[in-house]
Structures are given as C-alpha cells and as structure tokens.
Design a protein around this ligand. Structure first.
Ligand SMILES: Nc1ncnc2c1ncn2[C@@H]1O[C@H](COP(=O)(O)OP(=O)(O)OP(=O)(O)O)[C@@H](O)[C@H]1O
Length: 255
C-alpha cells in the first residue's frame, strides 16, 4: 500500500473512538489506559510483543472482555455498557486468533451463521447474500465441503466471509495469518485490501511485521498494556521504543 502521511490517515469520518480503556485481571494490567481513534477507510494494525495486551484490547472493543475503565464510541454512539451481541448489530465484526468454524456443517452454513442481522430479510435474500460473499472471498467452489476438509488458508477465508456477511463497517482481525505460509499470507493481505475498497475499515492484530507494513496504512504499537508509538508503518517500526520493546536487537521482520 502506498505510504500515507499521518495527515491523510486522519482524514475521513471518525469510526471508533477509544478513550482511556483499561482491562485489569487482578494485578495484571493487560490494557492500561489506551486512547486511540480509527477513521473510516483505512487498515490499522497493532504491533506488540507477546503479552502486551493486543488481544485483550480487541476483546474489550467487542465487549466480550469486561473493562476496568474507559469508553468506546462507534459512529457517534457510546457502546461502553452494551452487551457483546449488540456490538455485532452496530456494525463491528471480528475474527478470532484460532479459527472457530463448525466442522459438522458445510462452508455455506458456517457463513450463514454470521448473518443473524439479515435473518429478518428472509431466506431468499440470505441465499443471494451468501453467494455474493462466498464469491468475493473465493470459497464458492468449496461451498458444500466441511471446514475440516479445507486448508488452513481456506478456513480463514470462510471466517472472513462469516464476519463480513452482515455488512460490518469495522472488521477486527486477531492474527488472521497465524499458521499460514507466505503465499497464503499474501492472499489474505490482498483480500483485506479488497475489503477496504468495498468500504470495510479494518483493525488487525498480527505478529508478522512485514505483513503489517505491506498491508496497513497506520500502525499502533503496544507494550505492557500501553501505546508506545503510532503513525505510518515506516515510522512506527523505526521508532526507538518499538525497536526496544518488540523487535529486539538484530531481530528479523517476523517476531
Ligand atoms: N483472562 C485472563 N486472565 C488473566 N490474565 C489474562 C487474561 N487474558 C490475558 N491475560 C494477561 O494479560 C496480558 C495481555 O495478554 P494478551 O493476550 O492481551 O496479549 P497479546 O499482546 O495479545 O499477546 P499475544 O501476542 O501472545 O497474543 C498477559 O499478561 C496475559 O497473561
């Protein structure tokens, strides 16, 4: 992706405002006062070493993980106290760190599970929508197969389809390329850019620094539950605090 300036990234309508969010587990300050803003029309990434709080932040954003303090505002609506299931209905979808698909159902049926918001639209509309989404993510040919018959890369695609069938404006991705080879990773990066072109802003937690630099146009870096840097990918990976915390001395691009 062409390198955006910070000013370019700050254009666009505010989508998600995260204000002073903290998640403490007893004495463990997994997330400890994160304030950030996501604007529509970008792919954002979060870097950070193991245990820095990335997944916990994602869990709090979807309201699955209870917060200690702070607030979330999505498209102008404060959803800090809303239950997790209503977050999905607001237009925020997510994928999980490990693939969560039902192996006793077909690919098509798994994707349909993500479209509860379309339930009232009726079966005919749902059928048309699932066909459209399967085509878009490239799983039409395996629609009748079960997830456990597919490669890991294809299972990830099915997860993407399930997440976007309800037409989210924000998609949260927890390590979408974990366990993939480099060509599968490139495919997922290309798919993310395609979804961006279709109006889905994305927020991705990922260990593969090179993939983040290639795919994201704005990065945040975390350590010990706090933000330590943010800005263009090039600036963030070079930031001394990030080098110190995440890349380590002489580390490569895949931490
Ligand atoms: N449910 C929980 N109960 C207690 N501690 C937790 C819980 N979930 C996470 N933690 C702790 O919170 C800290 C942040 O964990 P988190 O999984 O958010 O980090 P992460 O940056 O996503 O790590 P990774 O890159 O390894 O997935 C860690 O110290 C972790 O052990």
């Amino acid at each position: 992706m062409a390198e955006n300036t910070v000013e370019e990234t700050r254009r666009g309508r505010p989508l998600l405002e995260v204000d002073d969010v903290a998640v403490h587990f007893g004495g463990v300050k997994a997330v400890d006062g994160i304030t950030l803003e996501l604007r529509a029309g970008h792919i954002y990434g979060v870097l950070g070493p193991n245990g820095s709080g990335k997944s916990t932040l994602l869990g709090a954003m979807t309201r699955l993980t209870p917060m200690t303090r702070g607030s979330f505002v999505f498209e102008g609506n404060d959803y800090t106290r809303r239950p997790a299931r209503t977050v999905h209905h607001m237009g925020i979808a997510r994928t999980f760190q490990t693939v969560r698909l039902l192996d006793d159902r077909s690919v098509r049926d798994n994707i349909l599970l993500g479209q509860d918001t379309l339930a009232k639209a009726g079966r005919k509309d749902a059928d048309a929508r699932v066909d459209e989404v399967m085509e878009r993510v490239g799983v039409t040919a395996v629609a009748r197969m079960r997830p456990d018959e597919l490669s890991y890369g294809m299972q990830r695609r099915v997860e993407f389809a399930r997440a976007i069938i309800g037409r989210p404006r924000l998609l949260l991705l927890d390590e979408p390329t974990a366990g993939m080879n480099s060509s599968e990773r490139e495919e997922i990066g290309a798919l993310m850019k395609q979804l961006l072109d279709e109006g889905i802003t994305q927020f991705i937690v990922e260990h593969d620094v090179q993939m983040m630099v290639d795919t994201c146009d704005y990065l945040f870096a975390m350590n010990f539950g706090k933000l330590i840097a943010e800005g263009t990918p090039a600036a963030v990976v070079k930031h001394p605090a990030v080098q110190e915390a995440y890349l380590g001395k002489g580390a490569g691009t895949h931490a």
